[in-house]
Write a protein that binds this ligand. Structure first.
Ligand code: ADP
Ligand code: MG
Length: 319
């Protein structure tokens, strides 16, 4: 016999909370931030067929559902505290629930982020997580803080998630290990929480790359009313992507989406502090350009020649 709503909540999503005062089981959860802290809150929804393939491994889906939310906390320099999970699914599938909960809660535990509540209903597979984090009053990294003259950086590598999507679509052939490696980038992104925390007081602005570098960078520039020059040949990319034609490399790194790396700005005088933050967080950080006063984004190649910006960014209502 299949589990009912409350049985499945009890079996898969009810855990002892230590930080929160009250977790799953009542009408509301209760928790407090530490003194002097502001609450950072973000929601992200994952819809089957839109954000993930129906064939995805449930454990990886559980990981990714929380990872994309933790990535938003990372981009604000906020420390994860707790999250809620709203879940619609067509039927009670315990194989799915068991894997999903395992992936979800393993990442939650790795970041000390407690599941404190949610909602469960029948319907097309759809996941919505809301995360709560904390950041010292006034110290959140915002999109609006970039300054003319700042260096522009990105963490990790860009483009592998898009490359995996192209491989799934059959437009690119990747064999053996190469496919598996880029697939992990798409299905199991690592939110850069430690880097976001380490960049507090160093970075002037930050955003996480979810819709493609150019689109997300444009948000920072618009909010900061500035322009930027980006060296498209300096963008960090994996060996797998680096082995493919240049046009494809550029599409994947500039307009790929689903990267969940941090793009941030910092004054050149803080370059050593940026390096130290990256080392402390054990994440590679690459300088990819600079912020300029003129309100335009210019793409340049390695020799400083202009590269036409024909790369779109992802928009759910235009894609
Ligand atoms: P209510 O009807 O009062 O909103 P529910 O019956 O929806 O309460 O949920 C009962 C309890 O289970 C609540 O504490 C709620 O936060 C929690 N809950 C429901 N679904 C989930 C879920 N998917 N993950 C975690 N907690 C959940
Ligand atoms: Mg409810």
């Amino acid at each position: 016999m299949s589990l009912g709503e409350f049985d499945l909540i009890a079996k898969y999503f009810t855990r002892t909370v230590t930080r929160a005062a009250l977790g799953v089981g009542d009408d509301c959860a209760l928790f407090a931030t530490s003194p002097g802290m502001q609450l950072a809150v973000s929601s992200d929804m994952l819809v089957e067929g839109r954000h993930f393939l129906p064939t995805v491994d449930p454990e990886r889906l559980g990981h990714k559902a929380l990872a994309v939310n933790l990535s938003d906390l990372a981009a604000c320099g906020a420390k994860p505290l707790a999250f809620t999970l709203a879940l619609a699914m067509p039927r009670v599938d315990e194989r799915f629930l068991e894997g999903f909960a395992r992936g979800l809660l393993a990442l939650a535990d790795a970041h000390g982020c407690e599941l404190i509540g949610g909602d469960t209903t029948q319907g097309p597979l759809n996941l919505c997580i809301t995360v709560f984090g904390e950041v010292p009053q006034g110290q959140a990294l915002l999109r609006s803080g970039a300054q003319a003259g700042d260096d522009l950086y990105v963490s990790g590598t860009l483009g592998d998630a898009r490359l995996a999507l192209e491989a799934f679509r059959g437009t690119v052939a990747l064999v053996g290990d190469a496919f598996e490696r880029v697939r992990v980038a798409m299905e199991r992104p690592q939110p850069r929480v430690a880097l976001g925390l380490a960049l507090r007081g160093i970075a002037t602005s930050a955003i996480d790359v979810s819709d493609g570098l150019l689109g997300d960078l444009a948000h920072v520039l618009r909010r900061s009313a500035l322009g930027a020059e980006v060296n498209v040949d300096a963008l960090p990319r994996s060996a797998e992507l680096g082995a493919l034609p240049r046009a494809l490399q550029r599409t994947c790194t500039l307009a790929g989406g689903d990267d969940y790396e941090l793009v941030f700005t910092a004054p050149p005088a803080r370059a050593a502090q940026v390096e130290a933050a990256a080392r402390a967080a054990q994440v590679r950080v690459t300088r990819i350009g600079r912020v300029v006063a003129e309100g335009r984004l210019r793409l340049l190649d390695d020799v400083g020649a202009s590269v036409p910006n024909t790369f779109g960014s992802f928009d759910h209502f235009k894609a």
